[in-house]
Design a binder for this molecule. Structure first.
Ligand code: NAD
Length: 290
């Protein structure tokens, strides 16, 4: 396939490289100067999109996605597909899908889970929203860049799935960290806490697979001085998207709201930036009840 790839950063770069390695003809564009193995660079997004069967975008946010989409949609051939893999707000995803439909293009919102390691290893999970035809067109590419793709529903459903998942993740990480900090103060050994909770009703992905306590459970960023992994500021971004969506859909999400506020405090007023999102544990450790 002829593929245009716009946004060749930490995630997009290795994803584009994997598509090229699999034999696709990939033309990429990024505002920053980049060099990606196997990818021909264009001098604009529109140039990268011209003549492509599929254009993939991997960009920082919805505002940038809307600007890039306005630029590339007129350059795309009728019947081509725009596949946005960025994590953006549901409203932007739906707005771009409408513009694509009006221009005779297919579109998929397909945010990912799996992080930089998943992007490099081709083991991402894609959660996709769009028509069956659009999903079918993108699926062979998802198979190269990832290990699983779930067609979640119509336009916006991929972003909806992503932010709901990450709202649970943020809330659960905070609950796991505050429980460890409480256990410390109660004199409970962390390993014993893990042994009990990981096999009891408090178990979760954050406890069992990504334990925030160093030296306990499987290897995780806690064992690497809380280097990300999944950075606290990215968790904050996703929690904000969840609350923006909740506002727009009039959904009551008090725990999501509180998780957003705590990560905002941690990232903006404390030392959370650049640390893994599990470093909420050392944060709670240092604190007392106010
Ligand atoms: P990044 O900042 O490394 O990459 C974004 C790239 O987009 C940059 O290279 C930037 O120069 C480029 N860019 C910005 N504006 C542009 C424009 N107008 N035209 C062309 N290029 C432009 O970010 P990333 O970590 O690769 O994340 C990309 C997306 O993936 C984000 O939406 C993020 O939320 C999501 N995501 C990231 C992770 C992760 O672990 N990094 C995990 C899951 C999802």
């Amino acid at each position: 396939m002829k593929i245009g790839f716009i946004g060749l950063g930490n995630m997009g770069g290795p994803m584009a490289a994997n598509l090229a390695k699999a034999g696709h003809e990939v033309t990429g564009f990024d505002m920053a100067e980049v060099s990606i193995e196997g990818v021909t660079l264009a001098s604009s997004g529109a140039e990268a999109a011209t003549g492509a069967d599929v254009v993939i975008t991997m960009l920082p946010n919805g505002q940038i996605l809307r600007a890039v989409a306005a630029d590339i949609i007129p350059a795309m051939n009728a019947g081509a597909a725009l596949v946005d893999c960025s994590t953006v707000d549901v409203d932007s995803a739906r707005a771009v899908a409408e513009q694509c439909a009006a221009a005779g293009l297919l579109s998929v919102d397909a945010p990912v889970s799996g992080g930089i390691g998943g992007a490099a290893g081709g083991t991402l999970t894609f959660m996709a929203g769009g028509s069956a035809d659009a999903f079918a067109k993108a699926e062979p590419l998802f198979d190269i860049m990832g290990q699983k793709a779930v067609h979640c529903g119509e336009a916006g459903a991929g972003q909806a799935a992503k932010i709901c998942n990450n709202m649970i993740l943020g809330v659960t990480m905070i609950a796991t960290c505050e429980a460890f900090a409480l256990a410390d103060k109660l004199g409970l050994d962390r390993q014993k806490m893990f042994d009990v909770v990981s096999t009891s009703s408090g178990y979760s992905w954050t406890m069992n697979a990504y334990c925030p306590a160093p030296g306990v459970g499987p290897q995780s960023p806690a064992d690497n001085d809380y280097k990300p992994g999944f950075a606290s500021e990215l968790m904050l971004k996703d929690l904000r998207l969840s609350q923006q969506a909740a506002e727009s859909a009039d959904a009551d999400t008090p725990m999501g709201q509180l998780a957003q506020d705590l990560y905002a405090q941690f990232v903006e007023n404390e030392d959370g930036t650049g640390t893994d999102f599990s470093s909420m544990l050392p944060r709670f450790e240092k604190r007392s009840r106010q």
